[in-house]
Design a protein around this ligand. Structure first.
Ligand SMILES: Cc1cc2nc3c(=O)[nH]c(=O)nc-3n(C[C@H](O)[C@H](O)[C@H](O)COP(=O)(O)O)c2cc1C
Length: 186
């Protein structure tokens, strides 16, 4: 089922070179200008009906907001995310205010795409990104208290990678991508 391999030549270097580091350089900085560009990359992402259902909570080491986020990391992510130059909490607007009415059927889809664009922009700027779910969702939601209708979805640690891609970065084959939805479950 798994096919360990390198991305083939022909894949754009920004995509082929991307990986999720497990170590960040603690001395690196993401300055205001770099942060602005990362958020611009998200801003120009397409979304269903141009609904733009995304929002981001930003925290950098030394800022008071960093201390609000750190206690909610799980031990597994705290090991590397603490040294990242930037922590991004991603939020999506699933519902209209405090109703059960969907704001957008594609809210999570659109947020994921915005984060993808942000990670490619980061890569172009010499920064790496590690997206993660290993945090206390309930605790962080209480701490950040987003408006009704908004949900925290994920976090992203960004900074200078201080390790290399693992040799076990396996991926399913292209043939599997095309056949899996119609094949018997493995
Ligand atoms: C939504 C999402 C949640 C993730 N959660 C975690 C996590 O909690 N801990 C972790 O170490 N990596 C997490 N990852 C990173 C993936 O494990 C990683 O992208 C995958 O193994 C492929 O490796 P690569 O990004 O280096 O290609 C997450 C990635 C995504 C997109």
């Amino acid at each position: 089922m798994h096919h360990p391999q390198e991305p083939p030549s022909g894949i754009h270097p920004l995509l082929a070179g991307r990986f999720s580091p497990h170590r960040f350089d603690p001395s690196a900085l993401v300055d205001d200008q770099a942060l602005e560009l990362l958020l611009e990359a998200a801003r120009w992402t397409p979304s269903a009906g141009n609904s733009q259902p995304w929002g981001f909570f930003i925290a950098r080491p030394g800022e008071p907001d960093h201390d609000r986020v750190l206690p909610h990391l799980a031990p597994s992510s705290a090991r590397w995310a603490t040294d990242a130059s930037l922590l991004v909490v991603t939020l999506t607007r699933r519902y209209v205010d405090d109703t059960q009415q969907m704001y957008s059927e594609f809210a999570d889809y659109d947020l994921g795409q915005a984060v993808a664009h942000m990670t490619v922009q980061a890569q172009a700027m010499g920064l790496a990104a590690h997206q993660f779910r290993a945090f206390d969702l309930e605790g962080l939601t209480k701490e950040l208290d987003p408006n009704p209708g908004w949900s925290i979805v994920s976090m992203v640690a960004m900074g200078k990678a201080a390790d290399s891609p693992s040799e076990l970065r396996d991926r399913r084959s292209v043939a599997h991508l095309r056949s899996a939805p119609w094949s018997p479950t493995e």
